[in-house]
Design a protein around this ligand. Structure first.
Ligand code: F6R
Length: 241
């Protein structure tokens, strides 16, 4: 693992944006794996600014988001479709046909998962996968468990994740209980992985990710097995290393 430690959230966002920009400028047809959440908002802000200045372009980029809640449509303000359009897609001109996010409203979710996995393969695989990390060490919605799934699948969210994500909803009861997520295999097949973390509350998960045993109890610890994994951390997130 390569670990980049910067001062704060702004520094993390700028460093991550620099890494994405290098990738886009090296390969115009880059396939990006994308995350949602508070951690990556600053990164998307930086990318929008760079795009506005003409420093990067998204015309030939293909994207695959990690996950989506079951039961929320694209117009729902807490859906990841909505988040992505608000923070990135609405500003950078990626052709709609190149944007992929698991569908949260399809009746046949198993089929949605299978098709998603095939679409990633058909696009040639993910060049750069961007990840946040849960306080419990989850990546995407691959929650700590005795077993993890390799491919895109349906998942029951853990009580910890429901609680953490309830800050975006009116009440805990409004947080969806299930989601579709790329699996740890879908993530690990990416050519490069970049995980971002900011703040003290992520320090324990980062410590276990970097120094802990490789275990399904901390899904991010599997990243130790990836040859091209970059961690961009602010000082607080790195404070236990
Ligand atoms: C979201 C995702 C999650 C988040 C993680 C951290 O697409 O895949 O794994 O990256 O829950 O969320 P924040 O950044 O809100 O702390």
């Amino acid at each position: 693992m390569k670990i980049h430690i910067v001062d704060d959230y702004e520094g993390m966002s700028a460093e991550a944006a620099r890494i994405v920009a290098d990738q886009l400028n090296r390969k115009k047809e880059t396939v990006l794996g994308l995350a949602t959440g508070s951690t990556v908002e600053g990164l998307y802000r930086e990318l929008v600014k760079m795009n506005d200045k003409g420093l990067i372009g998204f015309e030939n980029v293909t994207t695959f988001n990690l996950d989506e809640y079951i039961g929320l449509g694209p117009e729902h303000p807490q859906s990841y479709h909505y988040y992505m359009h608000r923070h990135l897609f609405g500003h950078v001109g990626i052709p709609a046909g190149r944007i992929n996010i698991p569908a949260g409203l399809e009746e046949d979710s198993e089929r949605t998962c299978r098709d998603y996995e095939l679409a990633i393969k058909a696009a040639g695989g993910i060049d750069l996968q961007i990840l946040g990390i849960g306080v419990n060490g989850h990546i995407g919605f691959n929650e700590p468990a005795g077993e993890l799934k390799a491919e895109t699948h349906l998942v029951d969210l853990s009580a910890e994740t429901i609680k953490a994500n309830s800050r975006f909803f009116e009440s805990m009861d409004d947080v969806p209980r299930r989601a579709i997520t790329m699996g740890v295999g879908s993530i690990m097949h990416a050519r490069t992985i970049m995980l971002l973390a900011s703040g003290e509350n992520k320090a324990g998960a980062i410590k276990q990710t970097v120094d802990g045993p490789i275990t399904t109890a901390v899904p991010a610890s599997l990243l130790q097995l990836h040859g091209e994994c970059i961690l961009v951390l602010d000082r607080e997130a790195a404070s236990l290393l």
